[in-house]
Ligand binder design. Structure first.
Ligand code: NDP
Length: 288
């Protein structure tokens, strides 16, 4: 069993601490607002009086704060304790935030692993929870059994920014799905339908269309967007125009759909009529 310190006892930090306690680890906690730590003391955690004391207490320190400025503010209070210590930051941010913190910690002799939590607090320690990691592989290997108690673990590489990048990419997929669902629901309910009754049509359709993603992914990786195309982008641009026109007819704002129409249109206008929809990636990669 290992000793772990946790900084940040919001909903997520508390779930991490409780899971580690349940698994028999020695847990030390520190939170800006001390009263939030007290229920955990009842469950067996030690409360540190300062960030320095918390880092010194354990083999691994986990940060789970609201954002990177908060994480940095806490670490600045404990600079003298950082040399040679293992630090895992599970605070959500951008790849740039993670790389900048990694550089700052390396200058103080700390070993750094960044992580992106693909779960909500009640999922921690249970099936379906995933945490993506990047940064020090040595730290990840040293603490792998502790990390496995929290969630399935995946180390993506030594570049500290990768966990955040993949976290954001997964969230982008999720919000794409949500925006399609919200727009479709607005259309159906505009004619008196019920979103709940529409789901038995929508869910198998989404599943069937998900089956086209391996082919599109292969085209994105190879850049061969014109290979074996069954639904060319010029045809799909017209379908997108029809979605926008139909939405307007129904009094539904086409705001979710207009960007896709514009991007597909850009590819068609630059001569890509016969390409697959995968070619939109070429358009957005070039845009800043
Ligand atoms: P909460 O809002 O519940 O908790 C925020 C924590 O940050 C508290 O411990 C708070 O301390 C601390 N904090 C805020 N500002 C400062 C500061 N300036 N200095 C020191 N501590 C500070 O957030 P969550 O626990 O839900 O989220 C924590 C991280 O986990 C976030 O990065 C979030 O994106 C990520 N995450 C959360 C998920 C969720 O569903 N909850 C899912 C996946 C990731 P205090 O008690 O003193 O206010």
């Amino acid at each position: 069993m290992s000793s772990i310190s946790i900084f940040g006892l919001g909903a997520m930090g508390t779930a991490l601490a409780r899971t580690l306690l349940k698994n028999g680890h020695t847990v030390t906690v520190w939170n800006r607002t001390r009263s939030r730590a007290e229920p955990l003391a009842g469950a067996g955690a030690k409360i540190a009086e300062s960030p320095t004391e918390a880092i010194a207490a354990s083999e691994l320190t986990i940060l789970c704060l609201v954002d990177y400025p908060a994480a940095r503010a806490v670490l600045e209070q404990a600079q003298e304790a950082l040399a040679g210590r293992d630090l895992l930051n599970l605070t959500n941010g951008t790849p740039g935030d993670a790389r900048e913190l990694g550089t700052w910690l390396a200058a103080r002799g700390a070993i750094y692993l960044d992580g992106g939590i693909m779960a909500i607090p009640p999922m921690i320690g249970g099936a379906g929870a995933l945490i993506l990691y990047s940064g020090s592989r040595a730290l990840f290997d040293r603490h792998s059994s502790t990390l496995e108690a929290l969630a399935e673990s995946r180390h993506l590489g030594e570049d500290e920014g990768l966990a955040s990048l993949y976290d954001i990419a997964l969230l982008s997929g999720m919000y794409g799905l949500f925006s399609g669902f919200l727009h479709a629901s607005a259309l159906v309910t505009s004619a008196g339908g019920k979103a709940v009754d529409f789901l038995p049509l929508l869910l198998p359709w989404i599943e069937a269309m998900s089956g086209t993603l391996p082919d599109l992914a292969g085209k994105i990786d190879s850049g061969m967007h014109g290979r074996d195309v069954v639904s060319n982008i010029a045809m799909q641009k017209i379908a997108l125009e029809n979605i926008v026109r139909a939405s307007e007819e129904q009094g539904v704002a086409p705001d979710f759909m207009r960007p896709m129409l514009r991007l597909a249109g850009d590819r068609v206008d630059s001569g890509g009529h016969g390409d697959d929809i995968s070619a939109v990636v070429e358009v957005i990669r070039k845009r800043k």
